[in-house]
Design a protein around this ligand. Structure first.
Ligand SMILES: Cc1cc2nc3c(=O)[nH]c(=O)nc-3n(C[C@H](O)[C@H](O)[C@H](O)COP(=O)(O)OP(=O)(O)OC[C@H]3O[C@@H](n4cnc5c(N)ncnc54)[C@H](O)[C@@H]3O)c2cc1C
Length: 433
């Protein structure tokens, strides 16, 4: 598998040309939303539909953050299982929360239909494939928990898993029919178009540099002037700057790395992921993969701890692709890119109101296509006056993780240990084959 020259591009971003944004910054708005990814745009959408005067700012361009670079796997739920949510938040709040997160994929697909967003959206399932028997047991347990709440989730035996995936390396899998896939950059731009159609202005390359509160309102300082607002929403996820000193320390940043092949031949399409459903596996350094509308194979895995890529990164993703599908050996990689993922302190996304008129939502831990969109509506409810204790999602105190700067180094070491454990397990798998 060879790489082509101009390879360090995000596939999704090369598939769409986008309109330019508003240029003249107003001096006032009712709500300023900082961050034009799924969280910020879904917030602005609901507020715009309610007739609020909203302005959205982004330091980069729409979809330059994780929302335009992700794997496009629309997965309901969080990394924690519903029973764990019950244990943590109590029976009644836990049940409401499990319903909210379990319904997040439905929420996204309904929104796409309602807004008529053209983004290759398909809600026909997502597979989580187990790399050994212990992982398979964990998936059985997860499936049972969702089934007991009416979720369309089932287990696949090894034969069916092999058939749908076109590989025999997994022991079995969970199939979640509530889930699906989409083209992430088209989706974020579809949201932006819907927001703009409501008269909401989005300003790109317009970073919020500073926040100040005086006389009951916020001032947002940008390179293009200052903006007064009654309410501010921070939706900057893993791209946060220290707008509030603790903000970048409320989560740990990981990088996720993806690569796409050239379109596959009909022969390879019949062998590589013939079921066509997106997949994540259960390795500690997990792999997630899918096919695209134009027949490419795209795989993602944990990246290095940096934004810039080199040919070693391509070699790493290629090795992961070939571990699953050796028949891709001679197919060129045409695109390779990465993005930042925010791992929250509490293992679930954070929704917080650190000060009056200020709401922060971030930390989706690789489950943000569905959940960040859903979170936008929850944020908008708070901005429109819903008391935090009545929110369907827990509104928690805003605080930095203890010893936050240390976490990055710990994460780096942990990533290496986990990679080593995975390699060992793959050796064992090779012997068992
Ligand atoms: C490579 C990769 C693959 C992933 N795959 C999946 C997947 O398959 N399924 C899934 O569910 N999730 C996945 N995720 C996670 C998902 O993409 C994110 O959780 C989600 O997009 C977060 O959306 P967001 O709007 O909160 O943040 P983002 O989309 O990251 O947007 C934050 C925005 O804030 C802006 N910003 C930051 N600071 C400022 C400032 N001071 N002023 C103005 N703007 C600012 C940034 O420019 C950025 O545009 C993946 C993530 C990555 C990186």
């Amino acid at each position: 598998m060879k790489a082509t020259i101009d390879v360090f591009n995000c596939l999704w971003q090369t598939q769409l040309s986008v309109p330019s944004c508003a240029t003249t910054l107003p001096s006032r708005a009712h709500v300023v939303v900082i961050g034009a990814g799924y969280t910020g745009l879904a917030t602005a959408l609901q507020l715009g539909e309610a007739g609020r005067d909203v302005v959205v700012l982004d330091a980069m361009n729409i979809g330059d953050g994780a929302s335009g670079r992700n794997g496009g796997q629309v997965i309901p739920g969080l990394k924690l299982n519903p029973d764990e949510l019950h244990q943590r938040f109590g029976e009644s709040k836990g049940r409401v929360l499990a319903d909210v997160v379990g319904g997040a994929a439905d929420y996204v697909f309904n929104l796409i239909r309602r807004l008529n967003i053209d983004c290759d959206a398909r809600q026909d399932g997502w597979i989580q494939a187990a790399h050994h028997d212990v992982a398979l047991e964990t998936l059985r347990n997860r499936a049972a928990q969702w089934q007991s709440r009416g979720g369309d989730v089932q287990m696949l035996d090894k034969a069916r898993t092999d058939q749908l995936l076109g590989t025999s390396i997994y022991r079995g899998a969970l199939l979640d029919r509530r889930a699906g896939q989409l083209q992430p950059y088209q989706y974020v731009h579809g949201l932006a178009a819907a927001v703009r159609a409501l008269g909401v202005n989005i300003f790109e390359r317009c970073a919020a540099l500073q926040l100040r509160r005086s006389e009951g309102a916020w001032t947002v300082v940008t390179p293009h002037g200052e903006l007064r607002a009654d309410q501010v929403v921070i939706a900057t996820n893993a791209y946060s700057s220290p707008l509030l000193p603790a903000l970048p320390h409320t989560y740990v940043t990981l990088w996720s790395l993806q690569a796409a092949t050239a379109p596959l031949s009909d022969d390879l399409l019949a062998q590589v992921l013939p079921g066509g459903l997106p997949v994540s596996d259960t390795y500690r350094v997990l792999r997630y993969f899918r096919r695209t509308q134009d027949g490419r194979f795209v795989l993602g895995t944990r990246g290095a701890f940096r934004d810039d890529l080199n040919h070693g990164d391509i070699a790493r993703v290629r090795a992961e692709m070939l571990d699953i599908y050796p028949m891709l050996e001679n197919v060129p990689i045409t695109h390779c890119w990465c993005g930042r993922v925010a791992v929250p302190a509490a293992s679930i996304p954070m929704l917080s109101q650190p000060e009056s008129g200020l709401t922060v939502a971030l930390g989706y831990y690789g489950r943000g296509v569905a959940m960040a969109t859903r979170m936008g509506a929850l944020v908008a409810d708070l901005v429109q006056g819903l008391p935090p204790q009545e929110s369907a999602y827990p509104v928690t105190p805003f605080k930095a993780m203890p010893a936050a700067p240390l976490h990055r180094n710990v994460a780096r070491v942990a990533a290496n240990v986990m990679r080593f454990q995975d390699l060992f397990e793959r050796r064992v798998r090779g012997v068992r084959r």
